[in-house]
Design a protein around this ligand. Sequence first.
Ligand code: SF4
Length: 378
Amino acid sequence: MTPSPLGLYLHIPFCRQRCDFCSFYLEIHRESRAEAFVRSLRHEIELSAQQHVTTNRPIQSVYFGGGTPTVLATTQLVAILSEIRTHLTLAADCEITIEAHPSTISEQDLVQLLQAGVTRLSFGAESMEDGDLDRIGRPGSVHETVGAMTRSRAAGFTNINLDLMYGLPDQSLEGWRRTLAHCLTLKPTHLSCYALTVEEDTKLASNIERRLSPAPDEGLQIEMDEAAQGILSDAGYERYEVSNYAQPGYACRHNLLYWTNGEYLGLGPSAQSYLNGIRFGNIADLAAYDTSLTANRLPIESRTRLSEEEQLRDAVIFGLRLIRGIPSHHLHQHAANYGHAAVTAQLLAQQLIEEHGERSRLSARGRLQADTIAGQLY
Ligand code: SF4
């Protein structure tokens, strides 16, 4: 029997500064901290390979996320990849993605990453209007994003994602359309379009509370989502998940693992894993993470074994986000397991979930309320 695919996520917890809207676990980058972290991460790779019984399972996708992975020196990123290859088995066609901030990477770095086997880049562009970037405290400029795309292509990368956000403070529908149009001239293979959400304890939340910044307008965000759907599908991009669009054949294999309830090992502080029906997570504290690994202990702080019903629940909730949806009988089985029959019937009657033959998925309106619907089905 072919072993089921496995993904590997590496959380690089450093950025040069924190953007106003960001609530991820991260630290401000310092050389000495980064060196200690890379030592710990390499040790975690080795220990995990010994203890998680993954050695014989081919890893089909590796994803460096964060944080900003490219604040590490390229030699450090290459050393981490080499450690992975020493202890784990990568599939021959393994997708290897690195998230990058456009201003943190030179053409020489890019050539080295390509030679080390990186197959996919993901740039956090956020907007193609400098005023938008200023208003969300996002360092960098549109000019840098354009330069990063040019350098990536010159280095030989062909598979490049741009992350965008919409519903930014004072961003107009026209401004969003301009951002999309500008992105299309750069010909990314993949675009992620996220509605801005205001997370607690962020500078943005405090700015909104103090009326220094407007709160996102939900109605406008819906119009922006519809604009993205129209503009990107006209340009040949297929929407395959609530926030994700790809040219044919370029859907992100790693993220698809999450939405199909596939298995993945997450390494680095705060990284989450799902293996053999168990969800487990690392400690979200860099010093404690380093201490644990120095003592030869995996830095896992929480572990939950999911029942079959819970595994189906997660498969339904994540899978509904996919445009291809899930088998309808999974939706109804989950509704029966959790006493959600009435809620499910209502979501179908309101056409927030739609059934097409034997598959069910969020409708176009449902996609705009994906998180609320997930909460109702949990
Ligand atoms: S670059 Fe990304 S991870 Fe870093 S602070 Fe900004 S949004 Fe957060």
